[in-house]
Write a protein that binds this ligand. Structure first.
Ligand SMILES: C[S@@+](CC[C@H](N)C(=O)[O-])C[C@H]1O[C@@H](n2cnc3c(N)ncnc32)[C@H](O)[C@@H]1O
Length: 242
C-alpha cells in the first residue's frame, strides 16, 4: 500500500497536471483563479492545501491590519496554494506595484517544491513568492543572515507545516527578532490534528518575562467542517515586541 507521503506527493503532481491542463487564458497571471481552481480540485483529490473557508478567516485578519502587510513568511508550501493566495492578497492591498511585496515559503520536499514553483509561475506571482527547500528553521535563518528579512520585518507568519514544529519555529521567529507590534501570526490545524503546546503558549501570551514578545490570540471557527465541527484557524497578534 502507498504511504501517506507518496499519496500526497502523487496528488500534488496531479494538481499540477490539472492546473497546466486548463486553458491558459483562464488561469495565467490570475492568482485568485489559480487558488480557486486548486481549491475546487481538492474537493475530489486528497490535498492538504489551506481551504477556501479557512483562507476567508485569514484574509479578514490580513485585510484589517492597521498597516497593510507586505512581508509574509509561510511554514509549509506543499503545492503553493496558500502562497498564491497570500500573493494575491498583498497585490490587492498594494495596487499594481509589487515592489517590497514578499512571500517567503518553506518546503522540505524538493519534488513538492517543484510542483509549487510551476503553479506559482502559472499564477504569475513568481516575483513575489520565493520557495525555499529544506527545513523551515534553516531557510528562515538563512534569509535573516542574507539580510532579506530584517528585524521587525515580518508582517504575517503562517504556520501550516508539521504541527510538532509550530512552537519551536515560532520561538525561532522571536529569537530572530522578526515581529513588530501588530504582526499577525496565523496557524492552521491547531485543533485537528492539533498543536496543543503551540496553543497553550499563545494563550499564555507568549514566553513571559520582561522584554519578551507578547500575543493576544483567538481561535476563529471557519466554515470548513472536520469531524462535524467547524475547523479552527488560530489568529494571533503581537502586542509587544522588544
Ligand atoms: C499542510 S502542507 C502545506 C499546505 C500549503 N500551505 C498549501 O496551502 O498548499 C504541509 C507541508 O509542510 C511541509 N513541511 C513539514 N515540515 C516542514 C519543515 N520543518 N520545514 C519545511 N517544510 C515542512 C510538508 O512537506 C508539506 O508539504
Amino acid at each position: 500500500m502507498a504511504s501517506q507521503d507518496t499519496v500526497l506527493q502523487t496528488n500534488a503532481q496531479l494538481a499540477r497536471d490539472y492546473i497546466l491542463s486548463q486553458p491558459s487564458d483562464a488561469l495565467n497571471n490570475n492568482p485568485w483563479a489559480v487558488y480557486q481552481a486548486l481549491d475546487l480540485f481538492s474537493r475530489t483529490a486528497r490535498l492538504m492545501n489551506f481551504k477556501q473557508a479557512k483562507l476567508n478567516v485569514a484574509k479578514e485578519a490580513l485585510t484589517s491590519m492597521e498597516y497593510p502587510p507586505k512581508v509574509v513568511i509561510e511554514f509549509g508550501t506543499y503545492i503553493g496554494c496558500s502562497a498564491v493566495a497570500w500573493a494575491a492578497i498583498l497585490r490587492d492591498l498594494h495596487g499594481p506595484s509589487t515592489e517590497g511585496l514578499h512571500v517567503y515559503t518553506f518546503e522540505l520536499s524538493e519534488e513538492v517544491a517543484s510542483v509549487a514553483r510551476d503553479i506559482i509561475r502559472v499564477a504569475g506571482v513568481e516575483d513575489i513568492v520565493h520557495v525555499m527547500v529544506g527545513p523551515a528553521s534553516e531557510s528562515l535563518a538563512k534569509l535573516v543572515e542574507e539580510g532579506k528579512i530584517v528585524k521587525g520585518g515580518v508582517d504575517m507568519a503562517f504556520f501550516d507545516h508539521w504541527e510538532k514544529f509550530y512552537l519551536s519555529d515560532l520561538k525561532l521567529c522571536e529569537d530572530l527578532g522578526l515581529f513588530r507590534v501588530g504582526s499577525s501570526v496565523i496557524a492552521d490545524n491547531t485543533d485537528f490534528p492539533g498543536a496543543p503546546d503551540y496553543l497553550e503558549y499563545l494563550r499564555a501570551g507568549g514566553r513571559g518575562g520582561e522584554g519578551s514578545v507578547k500575543y493576544v490570540t483567538k481561535s476563529v471557527p471557519s466554515e470548513h467542517i472536520v469531524e462535524n465541527r467547524p475547523n479552527m484557524v488560530e489568529v494571533s497578534t503581537v502586542v509587544a515586541a522588544p
